[in-house]
Ligand binder design. Structure first.
Ligand code: ZN
Ligand code: ZN
Length: 405
């Protein structure tokens, strides 16, 4: 890992300090500071865009770890997997995740491959923002989505995306009139939700497979990404299931939900006790059960998520997990980042820009192709109010600068 943290050291100072104290061992964070004006040792933080991945290194960033009712400190489920060969994959894109994604300042062209575990809004509710945001801000090609079928055609990913585009028809048509059409397209690869450890993606040495999960209705699944002998498992929402036990065994890093306790669901999430017990143990996986799953599959590192992570909740969830699992564990929150190699796994927090802009990638965006006409009719245009007197000088100067007719 190559690190160049100089520029952002001051910017990130307050976050850096809180992360430092949150880190597992205070002195482990690079050791003592020996020079009052020099560069400080490694502080267990990640500054996006400043770290070159090793050729055999994986970086995983949590862009959403929370609940359907997203909060400012936690969006709903979204994971970004970045590989040393330059590949990037999004797993789920839950409500609110785009803000964390934007803060990494990665060109939209590198964020076009999305793998959905299931179709609850907390796992794909921020698709509109990535779709339209990328379309207006530099993506050059279509979004590509992989996702499971359902028990019927209407419960599958293909149906969902087709009708997503229909629901957003006004958005789509008004942009088609003004922008290039290609970045507004969505390509869907739907696969059988019942398939067991079968390949859904294979390219450049990267293999992504799926197996079923058991959650609310048929059609939730889990993924494993395999690359250079390492296996990263991204568990879809589920009650504990035999497939995960079988196929996630000995994973390098295993993500699995550990839901809030039924008591917490009553106290903080306004659920009736009967609902809370069902949600916490039948629709989802309790912390104790999460621990039992991890003790069985024994990953190099376990990641628990899908709970609002705050002082009122995390200690109880952690204690419950520790009743049944004593291995390496992260209690996920947004912007947590893991670097994974065959020899080492680290957990850090991202320090990123609050006011990020879209970043241009190596490919120039295609020009508008006007596949549909202007969507404003004469009726609207006839009601324009003349403002030529206040903006004509600005328009003239702009046209001269950019050589426009
Ligand atoms: Zn769900
Ligand atoms: Zn969920």
């Amino acid at each position: 890992m190559e690190k160049n943290c100089k520029k952002l050291l001051l910017v990130g100072m307050s976050l850096l300090l809180s992360s430092l104290f949150a880190a597992s061992g205070l002195l482990a964070a690079g050791g003592p500071v020996k020079d009052p004006v020099g560069i400080a040792p490694d502080r267990y933080v990640y500054y996006p865009g400043t770290e070159q991945l090793g050729q055999d290194e994986i970086r995983l960033v949590a862009l959403g770890t929370g609940m359907p009712a997203a909060r400012r400190s936690q969006a709903a489920t979204c994971w970004l997997v970045e590989l040393g060969n330059g590949d990037k994959f999004l797993f789920d894109i839950g409500t609110g995740a785009n803000a964390n994604m934007a803060a990494l300042m990665i060109p939209f062209d590198f964020l076009s491959k999305i793998f959905l575990t299931h179709l609850h809004t907390d796992h794909w509710g921020d698709l509109p923002g990535l779709w339209a945001g990328g379309w207006t801000s530099g993506r050059t090609g279509p979004l590509v989505i992989w996702g499971p079928s359902g028990a019927t055609e209407e419960m599958g990913t293909k149906y969902a995306v087709e009708h997503f585009l229909k629901a957003y028809n006004w958005d789509r048509m008004t942009r088609l009139a003004n922008l290039a059409s290609k970045p507004g397209q969505i390509i869907v690869h739907e696969f059988d939700y019942k398939q067991e450890n079968k390949v859904v993606y294979e390219k450049d040495g990267v293999v992504i497979k799926s197996w079923p999960a058991i959650h609310a209705g048929d059609g939730s699944i889990s993924y494993v990404l395999e690359w250079k002998g390492m296996r990263i498992v991204i568990g879809g929402d589920t009650m504990p299931n035999k497939w995960y036990i079988k196929y996630a065994k000995d994973a390098d890093l295993a993500i699995h939900e550990a839901f809030m306790t039924p008591e917490q669901l009553v106290k903080f999430y306004n659920q009736a006790p009967k609902t809370a017990l069902g949600v916490g143990t039948y629709v989802h996986t309790s912390p104790q059960a999460f621990g039992k799953v991890m003790s069985e599959i024994r990953p190099r590192h376990a990641v628990a998520y899908h709970f609002f992570n705050e002082t009122e909740t995390r200690y109880k969830i952690y204690e419950d997990i520790r009743q049944t699992y004593d291995g390496p564990l992260s209690m996920a929150k947004d912007n947590m980042v893991w670097n994974i190699t065959k020899d080492n796994i680290t957990e850090r927090m991202t320090v990123s820009a609050e006011e990020a802009w879209g970043v241009v990638g190596p490919t120039a965006p295609p020009p508008p192709d006007h596949t549909v006409p202007d969507q404003l009719t004469k009726w609207s245009l006839d009601h324009r109010w003349n403002v030529d007197d206040v903006q004509q000088d600005m328009i003239k100067a702009f046209k001269e600068k950019y050589n426009m007719k």
